[in-house]
Design a binder for this molecule. Structure first.
Ligand SMILES: N[C@H](C=O)CCC(=O)O
Length: 426
C-alpha cells in the first residue's frame, strides 16, 4: 500500500520543483521518499503516516527549545492578536536589538531581516560599500545562504548535490569571490600578501555546519582576525548556525574573537523567519537611510516572528542552559561512537555545544577534502536504518545535526540503542 508520505511526495513533485521548497529536503543524496511531517512536540516529530521520530534536525537549527514550546507559542499568539505586520518600527524590534547587543557585544548596531541568506547578502554588500573593494574571501564547503556572490564552492545542499557552485551566477560576479580551504592558515596569509588591499571582507562560519561539522584549528579564526585588521578588510562571522547555539554569545564568545560584522538566523527566530546582521557602529552607519549602502525589507522585524525569537532568547538565558545542551549532545555523539567502535565500524563524531557531526571516517575531518573522503554510502545506509528505527537525522552527509533542550536521557538512550542494533548487523 502506498503511504501518505509517498502520495504527498508524488503530488508535490507535479507542482513544486523536486517536490520540495529547499533542495536538502529532497533526500536526493540518501535516496528514498522525504518524510512529510505533520506535528512536533519537544524532541519528537510525527509524520503524515503517524510514525514517531526523535528529531536531530530541529528545522536545521532553530528549534533549540524543541517543537511547540508553550512559552514561545504564547508569545506568538499574543503578538499575532495585535496584527501580523506593520511595515513600520515597533517596540518589539527595539527589544530584540537591545538583547542581541547585550548577548553579542560586538554587534553594536543591528538590523533585522527575514532570513540568514538576507543577513549574509546584506553584510557582504555593506562590507563592499564600506571598504570600496569588490573581492570577498570565503572558504570551500562553507555555506552562507543562496545569494549569488556566496554560491561559489558552497556547502550544504549545493555540495550534497555535487554542484558546489551554481548555474545562474554570472562568471564576472563569481570571479570576485575568492575561495580557499578552511583551516589553511598559510593560504590565507599568502592571499592577503598578494592582494590584501583588494579584499573587502572574509566571511566564515566560525564552526562549519554545512559540510558536516568542522571545527577551527591552529588558531585559524585568530589568523583571520589578524589578517583583516592588518589589511583593512572586514571580518564577518556567519553565526546563522552557531549564534546562541554553541554558546549564549555564539562562536565568537566561545573562541574569544571579535568580528567586525556578524550574521544571525535560525535560533534568533525560534522557528519563525528572522535574520539579523550587525557589528561595528562605523560600518553599520554606512547603511541607508544614514549612508550609501541600500538594504531593505517589507517584513523585516516582523512582530510575530520577532516575538517567537524574543521568547526563545529569554528561555535560553537560564543558568547552565548551554552547559546542559553541550552535555546531552556529547553523550549522544559519544554513545554512537562507542556503539560503532564495539562493532568494529569505522566511524567518528564530535560536537560543539548543541551542534554535532557524525562521519564514516576513522577520525573527525578538519577540512573539505577530508570530509569528501568519508564514506558517503555508509552514511546513507546508516541514515535509512536510523530513520526506520524512528531517529530523524539530516538527510545528507554534509550537514551538521542539532540537539535541543527538550531531548531527554530516554531520547539519547533510545538513539544509542538504535545505533547499537544497526552496527551489530553492519
Ligand atoms: N544547511 C542548510 C541551512 O543551514 C540547510 C537548510 C536548507 O537549505 O534548507
Amino acid at each position: 500500500m502506498t503511504s501518505r508520505n509517498q502520495q504527498l511526495f508524488e503530488q508535490s513533485q507535479r507542482l513544486i520543483p523536486g517536490g520540495v521548497n529547499s533542495p536538502v529536503r529532497a533526500f536526493r543524496s540518501v535516496g528514498g521518499t522525504p518524510v512529510f511531517f505533520k506535528r512536533g512536540k519537544g524532541s519528537r516529530l510525527w509524520d503524515e503516516d503517524g510514525k514517531e521520530y526523535i528529531d536531530y534536525v530541529g528545522s536545521w537549527g532553530p528549534m533549540i527549545l524543541g517543537h511547540a514550546h508553550p512559552e514561545v507559542f504564547a508569545a506568538v499568539q499574543k503578538a499575532a492578536e495585535n496584527s501580523l505586520s506593520f511595515g513600520a518600527p515597533t517596540a518589539l524590534e527595539l527589544e530584540m536589538a537591545e538583547l542581541i547587543s547585550t548577548l553579542v557585544p560586538s554587534m553594536e548596531q543591528v538590523r533585522l531581516v527575514s532570513s540568514g541568506t538576507e543577513a549574509t547578502m546584506s553584510a557582504i554588500r555593506l562590507a563592499r560599500g564600506y571598504t570600496g573593494r569588490s573581492k570577498i574571501l570565503k572558504f570551500e564547503g562553507c555555506y552562507h545562504g543562496h545569494a549569488d556572490s556566496l554560491l561559489v564552492k558552497a556547502g550544504s545542499g549545493a555540495l550534497t548535490f555535487g554542484q558546489p557552485s551554481s548555474a545562474g551566477v554570472p562568471p564576472e560576479l563569481a570571479a570576485h569571490t575568492l575561495t580557499l580551504a578552511y583551516n589553511d592558515n598559510a593560504a590565507v596569509e599568502q592571499l592577503f600578501e598578494q592582494m590584501g588591499s583588494e579584499i573587502a571582507c572574509i566571511i566564515v562560519e566560525p564552526v562549519v555546519g554545512n559540510m558536516n561539522l568542522i571545527v577551527p584549528q591552529n588558531d585559524f579564526l585568530n589568523l583571520l582576525r589578524a589578517q583583516c585588521t592588518k589589511h583593512g578588510a572586514v571580518l564577518i562571522f556567519d553565526e546563522v548556525m552557531t549564534g546562541f547555539r554553541v554558546a549564549l554569545g555564539g562562536a565568537q564568545a566561545l573562541y574569544g574573537i571579535t568580528p567586525d560584522l556578524t550574521t544571525l538566523g535560525k535560533v534568533i527566530g525560534g522557528g519563525l523567519p528572522v535574520g539579523a546582521f550587525g557589528g561595528r557602529r562605523d560600518i553599520m552607519n554606512c547603511l541607508a537611510p544614514l549612508g550609501p549602502v541600500y538594504q531593505a525589507g517589507t517584513l523585516s522585524g516582523n512582530p510575530v516572528a520577532v516575538s517567537a525569537g524574543l521568547a526563545t532568547l529569554k528561555l535560553i538565558q537560564t543558568p547552565d542552559f548551554h552547559a546542559r545542551l553541550n552535555q546531552t549532545t556529547h553523550q549522544m555523539v559519544q554513545g554512537l561512537v562507542n556503539s560503532a567502535r564495539n562493532a568494529g565500524v569505522t566511524f567518528s563524531g564530535q560536537n560543539v555545544g548543541g551542534m554535532f557531526g557524525l562521519y564514516f571516517s576513522a577520525s573527525c575531518p578538519d577540512s573539505f577534502d577530508a570530509v569528501m573522503q568519508s564514506d558517503k554510502e555508509a552514511f546513507n545506509r546508516f541514515f535509512h536504518a536510523m530513520l526506520e528505527a524512528g531517529i530523524y537525522l539530516a538527510p545528507s552527509a554534509f550537514e551538521a545535526g542539532f540537539v535541543s533542550a527538550a531531548h531527554t536521557a530516554e531520547d539519547i538512550a533510545a538513539t544509542i540503542a538504535a545505533a547499537d542494533n544497526i552496527f551489530a548487523h553492519w
